[in-house]
Design a protein around this ligand. Structure first.
Ligand code: SAM
Ligand code: SF4
Ligand code: SF4
Length: 387
């Protein structure tokens, strides 16, 4: 068995943050079409907000036990953005173009009274007066208990992570002995509460859960749940990622098509990260009653050119890329006495306009058969900024 070296200290807070754009500085003139764009023309549309850095699972690809052990120093409560701070920031992001907000973590349902935040965010309106697309990604462990309260508070949809149906495989992957049945109960509760269409994300790791691809597809086919297979990514610095653990989406689709007829579908929206495939009927046409599956090929087919997503970490750092090693300290600005809504809006606009990140497109220049070089800047962990 090969060994892997895992740094025992998470140094994310040791990173020095780049100076925040001076709040008094003028934002470069807005483009004629009024849409805020980054350095390569991408609009800001999608915001992911991490509401906690804690989780009750220890998925080996995200929060391995060797690092996130019982003495791990999570953020103190005072470091977390309050619901009021999150809502205030979100309002400014919406003014700058955001139309979709996803709550994530860590495990977002561990954050106490989360439905209060959901209600506050659900009350936000776009400049055109429309409600936001408000969603949540969860490991499903607390969903059966919370689905109805989330729906009542204004949550529209949920995505549930589930890496297989074989109980022993899943218990090993979440590494806290959590049963598949309890996640399935959570998915059913979400559907019953009207939080649909429910999406299920399965991270596929070659040699670990690849044999679960077909059982998962068969299980969710025709249920209204949209299953999506995600390539295992080299996010963070603690999961010991290797290219040979990635099962390319093209192979996932080939395995599915060998058993279940599929036809390609158009992207549902601009910036959609999943490639969609519909289950076909005997005539070879998509049968909506059977539903669809998707693949998210972050490693083998980068979609940076359409990436319209910003992220806010649990402690209010704004990140422009999942693979960034540094964020922009919006919390300091929020908590400074001089802070105004205009200064927040200016900061968000200026940071986005300076963005040129496209890590996954550049990954191709890394050696293909190994992990990223150890001398690269330490990346932020997925559990800190959310997926
Ligand atoms: N705890 C929640 C959950 O698991 O759904 C939300 C946070 S989790 C970080 C968000 C998503 O990131 C999950 O679907 C998870 O499977 C995915 N994820 C975490 N680490 C990943 C990795 N190395 N590669 C691909 N996806 C990953
Ligand atoms: Fe927790 Fe989600 Fe990470 Fe798994 S993927 S350890 S459930 S935050
Ligand atoms: Fe977006 Fe960064 Fe992912 Fe590219 S690598 S799609 S820029 S988050």
């Amino acid at each position: 068995m090969s060994t892997r070296v895992i740094p025992v200290v998470d140094q994310r807070r040791a990173q020095s943050l780049p100076p925040l754009w001076p709040s008094s500085a003028a934002v470069p003139a807005a483009p004629a079409d009024g849409v805020l764009r980054d350095q390569i023309g991408r609009p800001l549309r999608d915001l992911r907000i991490s509401v906690t850095d804690r989780c009750n699972f220890r998925c080996s690809y995200c929060m391995p036990k060797e690092v996130f052990h019982k003495d791990y120093a999570y953020l103190p409560h005072s470091a977390l953005l309050s619901f009021e701070e999150i809502t205030r920031l979100a309002r400014q992001f919406v003014a700058q173009g955001v139309r979709k907000i996803r709550l994530t973590g860590g495990e977002p349902l561990l954050r106490k009274n989360l439905e209060q935040l959901v209600a506050q965010l659900a009350a936000l309106r776009t400049p055109e007066g429309d409600a936001l697309d408000l969603t949540l990604t969860t490991n499903g462990s607390l969903l059966a208990r919370k689905a109805q309260a989330l729906k009542d508070a204004g949550m529209q949809r949920v995505t549930v992570s589930l890496d297989g149906l074989d109980d022993s495989v899943f218990r090993r992957m979440n590494d806290v002995d959590f049963a598949v049945r309890d996640v399935l109960t959570g998915i059913e509760a979400a559907q019953a509460a009207g939080l649909g269409p429910v999406k299920v994300n399965m991270v596929v790791q070659r040699g670990t859960n690849e044999h679960e691809i077909l059982p998962m597809a068969r299980h969710f086919r025709g249920t209204g749940v949209v299953l999506r297979f995600i390539e295992y990514m080299d996010v963070g610095s603690t999961n010991g990622w290797r290219m040979d653990h990635v099962l390319p989406s093209a192979e996932v689709i080939a395995r599915l098509r060998a058993e279940l007829p599929l036809v390609p579908l158009d992207a549902a929206s601009l910036g959609e990260t999943a490639q969609r495939w519909g289950y076909a009927n005997a005539a070879g046409q998509h049968d909506p009653a059977l539903g669809e599956v998707g693949v998210i090929s972050s490693v083998t087919q980068a979609f940076c050119h359409d990436c319209n997503r910003a992220r806010i970490s649990t402690e209010g750092q704004m990140y422009l890329c999942l693979f960034a090693s540094q964020g922009y300290d919006l919390r300091s600005l929020l908590r400074s006495e001089a802070s105004t809504d205009a200064s927040l809006a200016n900061a968000i606009a200026a940071i986005w306009q300076g963005r040129a990140d496209r890590y996954s497109e550049l990954r191709a220049s890394l050696p293909s058969d190994n992990a990223p070089a150890a001398d690269q800047p330490r990346r932020v962990e997925m559990s800190y900024i959310g997926g």
